[in-house]
Design a protein around this ligand. Structure first.
Ligand code: FES
Length: 260
């Protein structure tokens, strides 16, 4: 049995919907607010969103079940994600995930008995320059190892203050969900932002004197992608050629089926 949506949460859901010219555009942050209030997406939360937006509960449910950031089961105080996508996996993400499953005695997408940690393997966070990467409530933990990962979850479970390597101190999952709903917690400027590995390209460009194209002069497109007549012409020819070859191979396949 899940909780009803209280008056304050309902009013905030309405407030989020009112931010958008099309109220339905507010559904994603509204679902984050439901998670902040209920610790997961509840049937009552779905009904409230549908009611406010004038859409069906099935429409809301379709969105809530499509995106993996929306959870139908209660999440612990800290959602701990381990990137097991290609680069992180080969750099140690798989080993970290295995170690944490064993250390916490949980499987993927499960929560520890004390309700503190939900462990999940996650896809690329566009932080491959710090692989292997973990996230706690969507804050980055860079260059992790099985040892630092177990220390991290032990710290979280003990209530020690934990800081993201490129962001603020870690808050609870429900608090972080409220931020994702569009209610700032005042921590946005806390901690470092971009790290050295992400700035290598910028440093190199400065060293070489490279600058971005002036948007007021020309297309600003990368070399080879200009919209000049020669390039445009060759691109059109390439598309036509590709279409012709595809049509030819489809025709040949059809003729082959007929003769079978
Ligand atoms: S593969 Fe892990 S952040 Fe990209």
């Amino acid at each position: 049995m899940s909780a009803a949506v209280d008056d304050n949460t309902y009013a905030e859901l309405q407030e989020i919907a009112a931010r958008y010219p099309e109220p339905r555009s507010g559904l994603l942050p509204m679902l984050h607010l439901v998670q902040s209030a209920h610790g997961r997406i509840t049937p009552e939360g779905i009904e409230a969103c549908a009611d406010i937006l004038g859409i069906s509960a099935a429409d809301v449910s379709g969105v809530a079940t499509f995106y993996t950031m929306y959870k139908r089961r209660p999440v612990g105080d800290y959602h701990v994600g381990v990137c097991t996508n290609t680069l992180c996996a080969v750099m140690g993400g798989d080993a970290i995930f295995e170690r944490l499953k064993e250390h916490l005695d949980v499987g993927n997408d499960e929560t520890t008995g004390d309700g503190k940690i939900t462990l999940e393997h996650i896809e690329c966070n566009a932080a491959c320059d710090y692989a292997p990467v973990m996230m706690v409530n969507w804050e980055f933990m860079d260059n992790m190892t099985p040892q630092s990962a177990t220390q991290l979850v032990d710290d979280l479970r003990s209530g020690a203050e934990v800081h993201s390597t490129r962001g603020p101190r870690v808050v609870t999952w429900r608090q972080a969900e409220r931020v994702l709903a569009g209610y700032p917690d005042g921590l946005v400027d806390e901690g470092p932002a971009a790290g050295p590995a992400s700035l290598v390209g910028l440093d190199l460009a400065r060293e070489k004197g490279w600058t971005a194209p002036d948007p007021d002069k020309g297309s600003g497109a990368a070399p080879g992608l200009e919209t000049g007549s020669t390039t445009e012409q060759s691109r059109t020819e390439a598309v036509e050629e590709a279409d012709t070859s595809r049509a030819e191979s489809e025709t040949m396949a059809e003729e082959g089926q007929k003769s079978d």
